[in-house]
Design a binder for this molecule. Structure first.
Ligand SMILES: NC(=O)c1ccc[n+]([C@@H]2O[C@H](COP(=O)([O-])OP(=O)(O)OC[C@H]3O[C@@H](n4cnc5c(N)ncnc54)[C@H](O)[C@@H]3O)[C@@H](O)[C@H]2O)c1
Length: 365
């Protein structure tokens, strides 16, 4: 996938500012780089060229002279790039990180996005549900500050939609350091009931969708690596405990998640040279999330109606039954998953792994 000129320039500017060669030995937190048609500040450095390598040269000279980047870079025939550096607070776990989280208009994705924000990241809420996604990003900006969150409509089954999402993210934030491939669907059912359409849908979103997300984001990540080879990036797939152990009458979902672990391992091998780690987190059931607890469509109410749990008379009875299967006695939460993501992010000597977050329900051998 070829990158457009603005994407290339935004990444070049951000990675140049963060490069130890430019910042006097210490790798600095990558600044936010956003593309604007109008300059908003007085401190504009004109590059005189739109060629990325020449833009990097001009910026390097400025950084080495003044010690700091300009507030705005003017690129002839392209436009203006605002550069916002961070200062003040001590670095948090995701300081300066730009993260795209697919399927983050609700559920696990929403909670992971909020956790990353609270630790200093800039997040892209990428979801097929525009109304809810837009509202989430607006709420994030209200609570965490302007320029911290962006909504991008994205259908993970459509490569064009993903390319636009990545390009929009780079225009707003200057790059992408982490992809959390979280969007997923579940259609349960045994061999007799589940039809081919449902099987295809689950595999298109959960399995092929992961491939398309990785394909869309790797050109930007590879470019970042070529500009700053110390920059380590992460692709994290939100998999499931059903990607580690078969799931009765839920084979379409389990198959899509097992298959995704094959993709994780293979992408990890292919991308290791570009300093892109590829891992999966495998959560247990998020009982308090909409998939299980929605009063109309949630799995608890569905299982109660279907009489799936012998003797259960209320939704609470069904919930108790499922909670009792977890050694730690409770469901998984987005914060539990976020902690696993921070581990994978911090750990630069691991890739291709599938990390369970199941309260002891799944143990690796
Ligand atoms: N809920 C659980 O108990 C549980 C357990 C283990 C793993 N998971 C995994 O966690 C991930 C999130 O699950 P959840 O329970 O939060 O789901 P959810 O149904 O609450 O939310 C899924 C989000 O994905 C979006 N989405 C659906 N199709 C999309 C598409 N084609 N493109 C872009 N976005 C799309 C939806 O609009 C929604 O916002 C999934 O991959 C799921 O398999 C969930």
């Amino acid at each position: 996938m070829a990158l457009d000129r603005i994407t290339q320039l935004a990444v070049t500017i951000r990675m140049t500012c963060a490069h130890p060669r430019v910042s006097g030995g210490a790798a600095v937190i990558p600044p936010r780089v956003s593309f604007r048609s109008e300059p908003a500040g007085a401190d504009i450095l004109q590059t005189g060229s739109a060629e990325p390598s020449l833009v990097a040269e001009v910026l390097t000279a400025r950084m080495q002279g003044a010690g700091t980047p300009p507030g705005c870079l003017g690129v002839p025939d392209v436009g203006y790039f605002m550069i916002e550096t961070q200062c003040g607070e001590p670095p948090r776990r995701a300081e300066g990180l730009v993260a795209i989280i697919t399927g983050s208009a609700q559920g696990f994705g929403l909670g992971i996005a909020e956790n990353l924000l609270s630790e200093g990241a800039r997040v892209v809420v990428a979801d097929i549900n525009a109304e809810q996604g837009q509202a989430c990003a607006a709420d994030f900006e209200d609570r965490y500050g302007k320029g911290r969150a962006l909504f991008q409509v994205a259908d993970v089954t459509d490569s064009e939609s993903l390319a636009a999402c990545v390009a929009g993210s780079v225009r707003a934030f200057g790059g992408v350091d982490m992809l959390v491939s979280n969007a997923g669907v579940l259609k349960a059912g045994g061999i007799t009931e589940l039809d081919e359409r449902a099987f295809d849908l689950v595999n298109r979103v959960n399995y092929k969708g992961f491939f398309l997300c990785v394909k869309a984001v790797t050109p930007v990540m590879r470019l970042q690596h070529s500009l700053h080879e110390g920059h380590v990036m992460d692709i994290v797939q939100v998999n499931s405990k059903s990607g580690l152990e078969g799931s009765n009458r839920n084979f379409a979902y389990a198959g899509s998640k097992f298959g995704s672990i094959g993709l994780v391992q293979s992408f990890a091998l292919e991308l290791v040279g570009d300093h892109i780690k590829v891992n999966a987190v495998c959560p247990g059931n998020y009982f308090d999330g909409p998939l299980w607890s929605d009063p109309e469509t949630g799995l608890f109410v569905q299982y109660l109606r279907a009489g799936k749990v012998a003797g259960a008379k209320t939704v609470d009875d069904v919930k108790q039954f499922y909670q009792s299967k977890v050694p730690m006695g409770r469901g998984c939460t987005p914060d539990d998953v976020a902690k696993a993501i921070y581990y994978l992010h911090d750990q630069n000597y691991e890739t291709g792994q599938a990390l369970p977050v199941t309260g002891g329900q799944i143990m690796l051998s």
